[in-house]
Design a protein around this ligand. Sequence first.
Ligand SMILES: Cc1cc2nc3c(=O)[nH]c(=O)nc-3n(C[C@H](O)[C@H](O)[C@H](O)COP(=O)(O)OP(=O)(O)OC[C@H]3O[C@@H](n4cnc5c(N)ncnc54)[C@H](O)[C@@H]3O)c2cc1C
Length: 328
Amino acid sequence: MKAFEYTEPRTESDAVALLSAQPGQTEILAGGTDLVGLMKKMIIKPERVVNIMEIQSLQNIEQLEDGSVVIGAAVTLDEILAFPYMENYPAVTDAILGINSMQLQSQGTIGGEICQRPRCWFFRNGTGLLDDKQVVEGDNRYHAILGNTGAAKYVSGSRIGPALIALGAQVRLVGPNDQEQIIPVAEFFRTPRSEHHRETVLDSNQLLTHLILPAKQSATNATYEVRHGAGPEYPLAAAAAELEMDANGIVRKASVVMGQVAPTPWVSAEAVQVLVGKPVTPEVAEAAGRAAVAPATPLSQNEYKVQMSMVAVKRAILRAAGLETGGF
Ligand SMILES: Cc1cc2nc3c(=O)[nH]c(=O)nc-3n(C[C@H](O)[C@H](O)[C@H](O)COP(=O)(O)OP(=O)(O)OC[C@H]3O[C@@H](n4cnc5c(N)ncnc54)[C@H](O)[C@@H]3O)c2cc1C
């Protein structure tokens, strides 16, 4: 690991003041479960590390009077699971439980989960995120099947991101000169155009401080993941769904977001189009799944993810509707 300056600010503004506008110079440290590994492998070599775990304002999780839930970026994943109002957001808790690791859940924070770097093995072996030739010609079995026609062919690392987008969650960001913005999570993730860009809109001198889950309405939600097995591994395919139905069980409004398929969580307008105006049945859910993967452009070794993603969408919709997920 390269030597670095270690800092431990106590306020959001002190943390921002320690961050550099020049990408790569400084890094934010939360639970460290992702960052430390990357630093040990010298994939990331900051001059200064800014530990945000001593900032009190980032430690709280609370439900506001309007019913929304505000989660500080330094709240750990198991603290989120333990918060009583989270029972309204099974799409989020399903995704956290999917991590299936006591260590990662008690050490990893929600801010770090959303901002974690992609698991792409070319990136993690030091050859960057945007060298698409090596992905096209190499082992691309875990790479993207959607949004992969440009140089970025990795899949977004965040497991919780699709659920947050399906729920209409927002993030609060702060930056220099008391800059503060609250944006939808859907606008937070982006596909970088150069190796200097990150996979989110955060500048290198900005800090994600809070996540805001909207007040629970009548809509229901769920996440479904297709996994290798029960270990702490990323899913092969995943989807989150939120459904709002009328008294007759007809879908009035829906949101379907896929994970592990593209460089960002992937919002499927095609699946929503199939769902709206219909009751949720296994046939309708399957048709929505097929529509979601219709635009897929798999690489040489990941055609299998198309079927898995179809199944993930189908089962996320069935689960959100409170129906059995079994059977294809
Ligand atoms: C063996 C292993 C298995 C894993 N499996 C999973 C998995 O199944 N699913 C999953 O989702 N994750 C997994 N992870 C990844 C990761 O550890 C967790 O997602 C964890 O929640 C990250 O949180 P952290 O607080 O440890 O982040 P850190 O490692 O501290 O930070 C991660 C990144 O986010 C940035 N960051 C952190 N907080 C902020 C903030 N508030 N504002 C701006 N930037 C910030 C850091 O600079 C860094 O780039 C795994 C990691 C390991 C080592």
